[in-house]
Design a protein around this ligand. Sequence first.
Ligand SMILES: [Zn+2]
Length: 97
Amino acid sequence: MYKADVLVSPGEIKIEERQEPILDDNGVLIKVEFAGICGTDLAIFSGNYRVPLPLVLGHEFSSEIIEVGNKVEKGLKGKRVVGADPVSYNLKYERQL
Ligand SMILES: [Zn+2]
């Protein structure tokens, strides 16, 4: 289990416990170490930028690959990666500290 900050409605964030994702053969599992709060996050939070809710905020982050799928190069485990997806609901898996 891990904790995620979830925007459930404009101006309302809840901390939720979530199940660890099941990694598919072509995926990687990352551990988010730091996440920024940008103008888009603020607009989403206030309801001025509409996205499907609930949503985990913090789409700009630094992280480490902690697990790789069976078809992924094993040497990637332990590498540091960043994400800057426009909105995190596009990520297949979301993970927060
Ligand atoms: Zn942003």
